[in-house]
Design a protein around this ligand. Structure first.
Ligand code: C2E
Ligand code: CA
Ligand code: CA
Length: 706
């Protein structure tokens, strides 16, 4: 009903109808009562007048008759004179009343009963006159007889007729009253009927209007509640009427815009803007869900040598490279599997339901796809990546443990240049022990539980000990000697390394100064982390230590891994320049395991490059390692860098390195890291021994570690 009428119009219409009905009721009631009043007045006037006139005529006729009786009993003529006067007055009054009656009768149409009264009255008047004349002409007795026989019976007739007329008028009046009563009842019924219909019409209108307003309002409330509950797809009804239609349309628009806004917020929160892949947050959520649903594999992927590419070719090319990699990754997985970008050049893939065999197959395909040459800005790029693979639930119950293990496996794969490694094959500390170690680290420093070991670096040409690398150990009261690999990564993560490094540097400088004073000619190397290199106080701190100890800056070497240069390359480079300006030696550690290229290293103010242990391992037997080490040695020579081979263990490796012109060697093949107290004695012993015998240091329980 009234589908497109506005609420305002509907209300105005409804109230108009109501008021109209009430007006009609009022007018009708007034009219009815007016009519009743008029007819009542008319009736009363007329009937009362008739009755009054009849009674008056009677009354005066009777008065006259009484005078006539007196006259009949008054023989003295003189005394009859005044009686005549009174009698005449009474008869005249009676005549006047009769005249009135006559006129009324004429108005009402000749009424027989009134006519009869008038006729009788006239007849009586004549007889009355005859009686009076008889008194005066023939005397009282004949007059008396005439009165009794003629005049008095007529008077009685007249009185009887008048009474009848009065009775009749009474009856008429009663009938008239009955009629009026009936009319009043009818009027009441009419008024009640109209009031009732007005009431019903009003009620009906109220129901219709409230329905037409309330129902769509309720629908609007339902829609609003659904939207509030996050259901933006709920069907919004069309809505009738202008206002409700507008309200529901507004709700529809609102829910759509909230939905699209939420979608874009979700996108911002969950999508990596560069590659369009899910980001770390989304990845964590999906992995958590996948871990609950059943077994599967998680792969963490890190692009090899991404930083130098980024640095050399610019960030725009770097971004395009990441996008291309994202596309390639997307193509290798089935639709329901997740590929995410964790940040930087790190990606992750979740393979639902995969076991070791399928994960291996997948990893191989993935690497093949990534290794296909890429053309960016007409530059050909060869990309490689390292993958860490873990299987859940067996490799870790928690998300964090799983990710950490995958990261660890990835680092191992990178170090070994193996393409991928499984978390299960990588030694790892049970998580609760790691937590315990993290908690105890702070106390360890206060309780002097950290100790510095030194591992000699031997010059292959002169067979002299040219340097020693300081390697941290934790002499734990219960666990014994804890190697740095088990606590340094956490110290770096928690920032505690910022407290360890100053302590270590102080120790290293103290020992180096002692060696210097003893004329040992050994340069002490210390390892530092990213956080140290980026620390604004670091260079000043080193300078102060050198000043306080009197150690010539050239007797101290600082080893940095290339990853330490990648977080904030500009600040890192500035600190390297400042350190170089102090005269401190700088060394690139673990070369080959990361992303640094020699082209990148040559621009750094470094003196030394340490080839990672992974390449020195079986260098005499593995042509691939031999090729890498040989070319690195040659390039270092060109660039004027001292090259150090790390982790040389066997005489064959040492021999290969000697014949291939490696400058310096550090490894168990010369000596294991040893406590600082043993170092001077060891060097003196080494120098005084005949050469070939010293190529392999024999361990004693006190000098050996790891
Ligand atoms: P790195 O700087 O590469 O140190 C060389 C590691 O190789 C040492 O392990 C050393 O014991 C080991 N190594 C040397 N020769 C051989 C060998 O012939 N065969 C084998 N298998 N291993 C050999 P370590 O002492 O366990 O240190 C591990 C890593 O911990 C170090 O790697 C370094 O990255 C870090 N680290 C050690 N001390 C410190 C420190 O004081 N500060 C910081 N920031 N890191 C440290
Ligand atoms: Ca080192
Ligand atoms: Ca190293």
């Amino acid at each position: 009903m009234m589908p497109d009428t506005s609420i305002r119009t509907r209300l105005i219409l409804a109230f108009s109808v109501m008021l109209g009905l009430l007006l009609i009721v009022a007018v009708l009631v007034l009219q009815r009562f007016d009519a009743l009043t008029v007819s009542m007045h008319e009736f009363v006037d007329h009937k009362a007048r008739l009755a009054f006139l009849a009674q008056r005529a009677n009354q005066h006729a009777q008065d006259a008759a009484i005078q006539l009786l007196r006259l009949l009993q008054t023989p003295d003529r003189e005394r009859r004179v005044p009686l005549y006067a009174t009698m005449d007055t009474a008869m005249a009054a009676s005549d006047a009343a009769i005249g009135g009656l006559e006129r009324a009768a004429a108005m009402m149409g000749a009424r027989s009963d009134i006519g009869r009264v008038i006729e009788l009255r006239r007849h009586y008047g004549e007889l009355f006159q005859e009686t009076v004349e008889l008194i005066e002409i023939e005397g009282l007795p004949p007059a008396r007889v005439h009165f009794e026989t003629r005049t008095d019976p007529t008077l009685k007739d007249l009185l009887g007729e008048t009474l009848k007329l009065a009775d009749y008028q009474q009856e008429l009046m009663q009938a008239e009253v009955d009629q009026l009563e009936r009319e009043a009842v009818n009027a009441r019924i009419l008024v009640m009927a109209i009031s009732l219909s007005a009431f019903l019409a009003g009620g009906l209108l109220a129901v219709i209007i409230s329905r037409s307003i309330v129902r769509p309002l309720r629908e609007a409330v339902n829609v609003a509640e659904a939207i509030a509950g996050g259901d933006y797809l709920c069907a919004v009804p069309k809505g009738k009427g202008r206002e409700m239609g507008a309200l529901l349309r507004a709700l529809d628009v609102m829910s759509n815009s909230i939905a699209s806004r939420e979608e874009s917020i979700l996108k911002l929160a969950y999508v990596d803007t560069l590659t369009g892949l899910p980001n770390r947050t989304r990845f964590m959520e999906v992995l958590a869900r996948a871990m609950q649903q059943g077994p599967g594999a998680l792969i963490v992927l890190d692009i090899d040598r991404f930083a130098p590419i980024n640095n050399a070719l610019g960030h725009q090319v770097g971004d395009r490279l990441l996008q291309e990699i994202a596309t390639r990754l997307g193509k290798t997985v089935a639709g329901h599997q997740l590929v995410a970008r964790l940040g930087g050049d790190e990606f992750a893939i979740v393979l639902d339901g995969a076991d070791r065999a399928t994960a291996t197959d997948y990893a191989q395909t993935l690497l093949e796809r990534l290794r296909e040459a890429m053309l960016l800005d007409e530059q050909r790029l060869d990309i490689d990546a390292s993958l860490g693979i873990v299987l859940y639930p067996e490799d870790g119950a928690s998300l964090i443990a799983l990710l950490r293990r995958a990261d660890l496996a990835m680092t191992v794969a990178k170090r070994r240049h193996d393409g991928f490694a499984f978390g299960a094959d990588v030694a790892d500390e049970p998580p609760h022990e790691q937590l315990a170690l993290i908690g105890e680290m702070r106390d360890a420093l206060a309780r002097d539980e950290f100790v510095v070991y030194f591992q000699p670096k031997m010059d292959l040409a002169t067979r002299r000990i040219k340097g020693a690398e300081a390697l941290l150990r934790w002499r734990h009261p219960e666990r014994g000697l804890v190697p740095p690999g088990r606590f340094i990564p956490f110290a770096e993560q928690t920032g505690f390394i910022r407290e360890i490094t100053p302590w270590l540097l102080k120790e290293v400088v103290r020992h180096a100064a002692h060696w210097h004073r003893a004329g040992l000619g050994v340069v002490a190397s210390a390892n530092i982390s990213t956080l140290d290199l980026l620390n604004l106080d670091f260079v000043g701190h080193v300078q102060q230590l050198l000043l306080d100890s009197g150690l010539p800056p050239g007797q101290l070497c600082i080893e940095i891994t290339e990853s330490a240069l990648m977080d904030e390359p500009e600040l890192a480079l500035k600190h390297l320049d400042d350190l170089a300006a102090l005269g401190v030696k700088l060394s690139i550690d673990d070369y080959g395991s990361g992303q640094a290229s020699l082209a990148y290293v040559k621009n750094l103010p470094v003196n030394e490059l340490k080839i990672d242990r992974a390449f020195v391992d079986q260098v005499d037997r593995l042509p691939k390692n031999a090729a890498i080490v040989r070319s690195t040695i040659l390039l270092c020579r060109e660039l004027g860098l001292t090259v150090v081979a790390e982790g040389a263990e066997t005489p064959e490796e040492l021999h290969w390195l000697t014949t291939n012109d490696c400058d310096v060697v550090q490894g168990y093949g010369i000596a294991r890291p040893m406590p600082a107290e043993d170092f001077v004695a060891w060097v003196e012993h080494f120098s005084s021994s005949p050469m070939p015998a010293h190529t392999q240091h024999r361990c004693t329980p006190t000098t050996c570690s790891t």
